[in-house]
Design a protein around this ligand. Structure first.
Ligand code: PLP
Length: 404
């Protein structure tokens, strides 16, 4: 089992006092805290190795280029991909925008359809709306059931020859439930439909295996995985990436350039124009090293304990509705308490040093489907404890008594 006290010692920010109380950080879906191991790796990168990559013959450039490519290799192993299938991006949002722009130049054309589930984050909606508008394609919605799950039969019914791509989160940032991606990719591939998985909320909590999922593309953000902001990953199956036209030109992505035309570098460099966030990539590698040193199995076991405790404790609060009801879930809990505004609850919790998020969580279509304008969201990580859940529940009960 995870030694949570020892783990917490790696995250100095968790010792912060807020309003005179020990911080309870339950906003991990927005961004996760960083262990000293990641901060040390970033510091070392700037103190000892800093140099632009891939362009120099000198020692530092060579070392930094090696570290950057080592980071790619580490990410590839973490998600069971090939090295050349891992593109570094600025984060989930940029990865989806880049993919949507590339696909709109190739796979998605006039009259085609992009299928989006009803639970998607705005970052997995708007880039597709833009791409569809550009080429004359349209969006179709994959509805969710009342319990927040996806129906595979419903998916099969909605697929036809026009649907070129399904973009879907593996775990919704509101519902926390794990979508059956393997079954979804199977149904889509039978129809010749590509699948892009938004892994922003799943990669930090699950073992990710792109071969097992058989997804065509997967995106995620480093900062939700305990690395720096401004770094993320777009995985794509190699044969698909090789067919995609790059949409951003510049240094580093070319083979031969004349004033009137250019040929491009191989995948993945073809999609990484300009100076990449190489220190961010090092931070991501350090975060992955850190999580592997804890062990994903132990992380998952501990989060299961947190899940059980959270479900039991929330269920005891009078008038509570928890959105998303799956057996397999990540520790992300969105809820409302009858008659109370989420924002008011969030503010009172803050007074007690408890950080949660309130609002629509960049998922307005899902809020509309649920018939609400917002929720309180408590999202946990492996460094959170059962004692913190108890403080959170005490805080909620106090908020209820004040607001009622
Ligand atoms: N997709 C999901 C499911 C998310 O939860 C988020 C962020 O909360 C994003 C996409 C966007 O991630 P980022 O802001 O790191 O690009």
């Amino acid at each position: 089992m995870l030694d949570v006290d020892r783990v917490r010692a790696d995250f100095p920010i968790l010792g912060t006092k807020v309003n005179g109380r020990s911080l309870v950080y339950f906003d991990n879906s927005a961004t996760a805290q960083k262990p000293v191991q990641v901060m040390d790796a970033v510091r070392e990168a700037y103190m000892v190795h800093n140099s632009n990559i891939h362009r120099g013959v000198h020692h530092l450039s060579d070392v930094m280029s090696g570290l950057y490519e080592d980071a790619r290799n580490k990410v590839a192993k973490f998600i069971n991909a090939r090295e050349e299938e891992v593109l570094f991006t600025a984060g989930t949002t940029q990865g989806i925008n880049m993919l949507a722009a590339c696909l709109a130049e190739s796979e998605i054309g006039k009259g085609d359809v992009v299928l989006l589930s009803e639970m998607e984050h705005h970052s997995n909606i708007i880039p597709w709306q833009m791409a569809c508008a550009k080429v004359g394609a349209s969006i179709r919605v994959l509805p969710i059931k009342d319990d927040g799950s996806i129906s595979i039969d419903g998916l099969s019914d909605i697929l036809d020859e026009k649907v070129k791509l399904l973009a879907i989160s593996q775990v919704s940032n509101v519902l926390g439930m794990v979508n059956p991606i393997k079954k979804i990719t199977q149904a889509c591939h039978e129809n010749g439909t590509l699948v892009m998985v938004d892994g922003a909320q799943s990669v930090p909590h699950l073992k990710t295996d792109v071969k097992e999922l058989d997804c065509d593309f997967l995106v995620f953000s480093g900062h939700k995985l305990h690395a720096e902001t401004g770094i993320g990953v777009l995985f794509g199956k190699k044969d698909l990436l090789e067919e995609l036209p790059p949409t951003q030109g510049g240094g580093g992505m070319v083979d031969k350039v004349t004033m009137t035309s250019s040929t491009y570098a191989e995948v993945p460099q073809r999609f990484e124009s300009g100076t990449p966030n190489y220190v961010g990539a090092i931070s991501l590698a350090a975060a992955i090293d850190y999580m592997m040193s804890l062990g994903m199995d132990d992380i998952i076991e501990h989060e299961k304990v947190l899940n059980g405790e959270m479900m039991r404790s929330l269920g005891r609060i009078e008038g509570v509705t928890v959105y998303g009801d799956g057996a397999e879930r990540c520790p992300i809990y969105s809820f409302n308490i009858r008659g109370l505004h989420p924002y008011d609850i969030g503010q009172i919790l803050d007074k007690m040093g408890i950080a949660v998020r309130t609002g629509n969580h960049c998922a307005q279509p899902l809020m509309a489907r649920l018939g609400i304008s917002g929720t309180v969201r408590a999202s946990l990580s492996f460094y959170n404890t059962v004692e913190e859940i108890s403080d959170f529940i005490d805080g909620l009960e106090k908020a209820v008594s004040i607001l009622e």
